[in-house]
Design a protein around this ligand. Structure first.
Ligand code: FES
Length: 652
């Protein structure tokens, strides 16, 4: 054929098209991902492309300067009003004249890659639930009477192949003046539907709507609620914010909240109200920060543990407080914002990820979505460390899950000088092998405590305590330098050779920092603190070890530490302590807030929802409480690093 050849990059898709074919049309026929909201009318500029000229010996073609049609009036008008970047053309206006190579820049792709993960994890492609469509609607006709909605539906079918998109009452109540104001040209936000819900009109604007629509990815934790506001057209996070979970006043940890609901007749409702109010406060704040009208927030994804899940939905968590820990439902849940009294667009779609089991929630499902052990060739151990550790072990053949009650020690609670991670908290520790004296860094500063500049550096906060990662490093360092023995006892100053050890009741303690001269605290590690850390790490380790038994392995290929806290743990110290199984240190990585990333993935890619639902159904749940081996592992794991397990890689 002597029709011109059109080659698209980066997809490499190619085909021959008649002279005069718009590039947008060629792209559609070849299945090239080129965006358009206005349907080729030269209004939206989403279809921008960059033609390349010159010799393409690889493709055996030469692209002439006149390979595309010259600018037409529509393109010129767009250029005059808004301006196009150098070298860009509107794909719906430029037509093929001769062989040409067309680059589709990332911002013109609908399904762009958005969540850029670490090298070992996959990339996420944008595929949002709600999209914008510009349509031209037929005017009403006395001779052929039909409703405005029906003509709008006809237009969406003809212009966008959208079948039977229905409208909620609030749309019917407002659509007539909007259609007339836009002179029968409108932009429609359509929720494209899912397994359970047909497509629906979310919002209508007169004429071409220049703005965008948004979604929220929310990680509802027992202590904090964190939200990311995302642009559903670009996938970008436009604002992130967090707030304390107001339920804290009903109990610090989950079980105390469950018992609050048992002891108080309206306890569960009170907590439901509190968390929804907190959530609305956070949403208002984040919308204001990003200067976004909350009505433009049309989709929201939530991840949380089972107790938070029930309380957020207004379900009494009573059954989760006692064996056999039955969930009301473990399936994913699809609702509307007004079902949950959320002050975003009233018909905004709300999606809660599925729960894995009574103790392993939608947050763990989100971690699985983010870290994808089910797609890994390597055997991966994924640990989300919190007051409850959620543990996943698996590869592409199978994935096992359990939770383990680590308690709050890793968050600095129940530690004599412990505190939450905040400026002033000790987070990094090193003990000098010769002097056996500790030096440290606090959150908010990069200067070690033995640097002369340290006191001036921390003048604002002072040294206030030790946070979770700090206490882990502290205990591990004490073990590495012979100050603590394998069973967890601090030796005397004489035995250990450390001037910082002092007798403290019937045991010994270690002085980390003495700020009393300047009115600050004295920060010590007591033998009870060591005990608390031993209990917490033993719970974590024995959960992981139990899953390894069930899998029939005694080593793992990779360890991923997830959770805000996990991000700050030093892999070496975690292993010295025996928190995690022996593994090559370079195979122990931190995934940061993987649950939050999972929520963002489910928000931006609706196909990921079906995917995680299938994955969760296939995950084998192990209940640690009824496994006799768990106790045995726990006892062994109380020693540092372990009474029976060798750590061959660590020791080499
Ligand atoms: Fe909207 Fe080209 S498709 S400007």
């Amino acid at each position: 054929s002597d029709e011109p050849l059109v080659i698209f990059t980066p997809s490499g898709k190619r085909g021959r098209f008649a002279v005069g074919t718009p590039i947008l049309t060629a792209a559609r026929q070849l299945g090239v991902d080129l965006d358009s909201v206005c349907g080729g009318r030269g209004i939206c500029s989403k279809c921008q492309i960059t033609p390349s000229y010159g010799d393409f010996s690889k493709h055996n073609i030469t692209v002439r300067e006149d390979a595309l049609s010259p600018w037409n009036s529509v393109e010129q008008r767009y250029q005059d009003k808004r301006g196009l970047k150098e070298g860009r053309r509107l794909g719906c206006q430029a037509t093929v004249q001769a062989d040409v190579v067309i680059d589709v820049p990332p911002e013109s792709q609908v399904h762009k890659q958005v969540v850029r993960k670490r090298a070992e994890a996959r990339d996420i492609i944008l595929n949002p639930s709600t999209k914008l469509f510009y349509v031209e609607v037929a005017e009403p006709d006395m001779h052929d009477p039909s409703g405005d909605l029906e003509r709008l539906q006809d237009a969406m079918r003809e212009q966008w192949q959208l079948e039977k998109v229905n409208a909620d009452l609030h749309i019917l109540q407002t659509m007539q003046p909007i259609l007339r104001k836009g002179a029968w040209k409108v932009t429609v936000a359509v929720h494209l539907g899912d397994q359970e819900n047909p497509a629906r009109i979310m919002h209508i604007w007169p004429g071409y709507y220049e703005g965008t629509v948004y979604g929220l990815a929310v990680d509802l934790g027992s202590t904090t609620i964190a939200a990311h506001l995302c642009d559903l057209q670009t996938g970008e996070v436009v604002a992130s914010s967090g707030t304390m979970n107001p339920q804290i006043r009903f109990g610090e940890d989950l079980m105390s909240r469950v018992s609050y609901s048992m002891m108080n007749p309206d306890g569960a409702q009170e907590m439901t109200r509190a968390v929804r109010e907190g959530m609305n406060g956070l949403f208002a704040q984040i919308a204001e920060e990003a200067n976004v009208d909350p009505i433009l927030i049309m989709d929201a994804v939530f991840v949380c543990n089972p107790v938070m899940h029930h309380l957020f939905l207004g379900i009494d968590p009573f059954e989760l407080g006692q064996a056999p820990f039955a969930l009301t439902t473990s399936n994913a849940i699809r609702l509307r914002a007004d079902d949950l009294d959320l002050n975003i667009h009233q018909s905004a779609r709300v999606y809660l990820l599925p729960c894995i089991a009574g103790h392993v929630g939608a947050d763990a499902a989100a971690v699985a979505l983010s870290e994808a052990p089910d797609k890994s060739d390597d055997l991966m151990l994924v640990v989300d460390v919190g007051t409850n550790a959620e543990i996943l072990l698996g590869n592409k053949d199978k994935v096992l899950a359990c939770s383990s009650p680590t308690g709050p020690a890793f968050e600095g609670a129940q530690i004599s000088s412990g505190q939450r991670a905040a400026p002033g908290a000790i987070e990094r520790v090193e003990i000098d092998p010769a002097t056996k004296i500790a030096r440290f860094k606090v959150i908010g500063s990069d200067i070690w405590s033995d640097d002369p500049a340290f006191e001036a550096e921390i003048a604002n906060t002072g040294v206030t305590g030790i946070c979770g990662s700090g206490i882990i490093e502290m205990v591990a360092e004490m073990r590495m330098h012979g100050i603590v023995d394998a069973p967890g006892l601090i030796g005397t100053a004489e035995q250990t050779g450390s001037p910082n050890v002092f007798p403290d009741g019937r045991t010994n303690s270690y002085l980390v920092y003495d700020g009393t001269a300047s009115g600050g605290p004295k920060i010590t590690v007591t033998n009870r603190d060591i005990r608390e850390i031993q209990m917490a790490k033993a719970a974590l380790y024995s959960g992981a070890r139990l899953l390894m038994d069930k899998f029939g392995v005694d080593k793992v290929d990779r360890v991923v530490l997830a959770g805000a806290f996990g991000a700050h743990i030093s892999p070496l110290h975690a292993m010295v302590l025996g928190m995690i199984p022996d593994a090559p240190l370079d195979k122990v990585t931190s995934a940061g807030n993987a649950a939050g990333t999972g929520a963002r993935i489910a928000l931006l890619n609706t196909e990921a929802r079906a995917e995680i639902e299938a994955t969760v159904r296939a995950i084998h749940k192990i209940e640690t409480a009824i496994e006799p081996r768990f106790q045995e592992h726990f006892v062994n794991a109380s020693a540092i690093p372990n009474a029976v397990e060798p750590f061959p890689i660590l020791n080499s």
